[in-house]
Design a protein around this ligand. Structure first.
Ligand SMILES: *Cc1c(COP(=O)(O)O)cnc(C)c1O
Length: 506
């Protein structure tokens, strides 16, 4: 273990904490995100030959052990064994399958059918260990904003975890029916769910305010409750996602598609920039990644940033058929700025202030050059997304979801490099978005009749049309009672968290 492996805020170099403390806290006290300078040390690497010979569990132990060095090997091993057991429907955890000219890395084989499970089956375990190490006996209340998939994955991960409660806020009317039902039917005595009147960015902004609310923190502290985050601003969310980039590479080597050390490209459907940032972390750890392609839907704020260096969130918020990417403020970009600026916290703090006060900022010079030398980008609107679903289905017999389709579309529009395999990250099971996927593969003349169907009728029709199995945990949703019916204004979110925390821990 490197003693220098400490975390601090992207916005100041002081107040270093261990990874356990960073995971327990979520967001740094000054509103920045936790980063570590050791990530860019030559000493902090993962041996490629070794990890390519390992199974997913061993790969996860290796990567987590490297990035969270204050956890003991035993603690990590227990967390890994607990997280990636029978709740994933394949021992490969994140299997790689061919799709046309590319490879598809399927990240949705966990309990909630989206890639968030890879991290959120792990985070509660890391949190529990950190809570024990902390020694204060405090209870942890997780506060989470979701664009649809994080919420359910967090509920599923934290349900009935001792000493932890979880509250989830989703944009009312901004998620698919299946996504909403997954959340509002969640069982467990320590869970709370509310819709908010607003979009995901509103929910995320309000959650950040809740973390910064000193009065609320003091009131909860009196009751031995601390707040933390299950969003990808928490390093405990980010680190488990680094593993599958290595896993993809190892699977390509094992299949004889890549010689050890040769480069690979990834194309990643992007919202909050967590998933693609994990690919950047893998590169910093020594994975030969020659390009990371950021794929956006019509909320293409990131694509514009990579093309022009200008991040401008002042633009209309579009509701798309890939709702988990309907985001205009990509929190994790702050971590990338930190590393691209060689760890210049004053620079990052300044940019974030501009974003807050003016709604935009610009990067120039070396930061911009570094950005464009590694990152590619592209966007796909809803029509292009549907066309990519239809194309994959007709030409490969592969049914892909709307988010994966955004990435597939962008990949097809981005020139490939001869001999360099490209991996497209597949982030959700197609049945999470049955209506949009069914519409995409159906005759356009049937669109109006599909509009009349319920989400579950769409699921059944899609199953009948394709023969692809429906995950049982999605099929059963229509029989489950709706337990969480609250819909509130943004201003009521803090009060909701306090009430629910007091209920859970009383
Ligand atoms: C969350 C999510 C994304 C976006 O991931 P980020 O880490 O926020 O960039 C893409 N696809 C699906 C299905 C998701 O749930």
């Amino acid at each position: 273990m490197s003693n220098s492996y400490l975390y601090h805020s992207t916005r100041n170099d002081n107040d270093a904490v261990t990874s356990k403390q960073a995971i327990l806290t979520g967001l740094a006290p000054d509103g920045g995100l936790y980063v570590s300078d050791a990530l860019t040390d030559d000493a902090t690497t993962v041996d490629l030959a070794t990890i390519c010979g390992e199974d997913y569990h061993a790969q996860a132990r290796r990567v987590l052990g490297t990035l969270l060095p204050d956890y003991t090997a035993d603690e990590i091993a227990q967390c890994v064994a607990g997280a990636y057991g029978p709740r994933f429907d394949t021992p490969a955890v994140t299997p790689l399958v061919p799709l046309g000219a590319d490879w598809l890395l399927e990240l949705w084989h966990g309990p909630t059918c989206a890639f968030k499970d890879v991290a959120l089956q792990m985070l509660p375990r890391l949190m529990s260990v950190a809570r024990t190490a902390d020694g204060t006996g405090n209870n942890v209340m997780i506060v989470t904003a979701t664009s649809g998939d994080t919420g359910k994955a967090a509920l599923e991960g934290f349900a009935d975890v001792p000493g932890c409660g979880v509250s989830v806020f989703y944009p009312d009317g901004g998620v698919s029916d299946v996504q909403r039902l997954q959340m509002v039917t969640q069982r467990g005595g320590n869970v709370a769910v509310a819709g908010i009147r607003g979009n995901f960015d509103d929910a995320q902004t309000q959650v950040k305010h809740i973390f910064g609310d000193r009065e609320l923190a003091a009131r909860l502290a009196d009751e031995h409750i601390v707040l933390s985050s299950a969003n990808s601003i928490n390093v405990g969310r980010l680190v488990p996602q680094v593993v599958y980039y290595f896993s993809a590479y190892a699977q390509l080597v094992a299949a004889g598609k890549l010689a050890l050390g040769d480069p690979v490209e990834f194309c990643v459907p992007t919202g909050n920039f967590g998933d693609v940032l994990a690919g950047y972390y893998a590169k910093l750890l020594g994975l030969p990644v020659s390009r990371l392609i950021v794929a956006s839907n019509s909320n293409d704020v990131l694509t514009e940033f990579i093309r022009t260096g200008v991040y401008n969130r002042q633009r209309p918020f579009e509701k798309t058929i890939s709702p988990s990417m309907d985001i205009l403020v990509s929190s994790n970009l702050e971590r990338l700025l930190y590393y691209l600026s060689d760890g210049d916290t004053a620079y990052v703090a300044g940019k974030m202030r501009e974003l807050d006060e003016q709604g935009s900022y610009r990067v120039e010079g070396e930061v911009f050059e570094r950005l464009t030398s590694l990152f590619g980008c592209g966007e796909a609107d809803d029509d292009q997304t549907r066309a990519a679903i239809r194309d994959a289905w007709e030409h490969t017999g592969h049914l892909i979801d709307t988010h994966t389709a955004v990435a597939k579309c962008v990949s097809d529009a981005t020139p490939r490099t001869a001999g360099v395999p490209r991996v497209v990250l597949s982030t959700a099971n197609p049945y999470k978005f049955s209506r949009a996927v069914l519409t995409a593969i159906s005759d356009p003349a049937d669109a109006a009749s599909i509009d009349e169907l319920s989400d579950f009728a769409c699921m059944g029709t899609l199953r009948a049309k394709t023969g692809v199995a429906v995950p049982p945990q999605l099929a059963e949703l229509q029989e489950l009672p709706e337990l969480h019916t609250t819909v509130c204004d943004q201003a009521e979110m803090g009060g909701f968290v306090q009430r629910e925390a007091e209920r859970i821990f009383s």
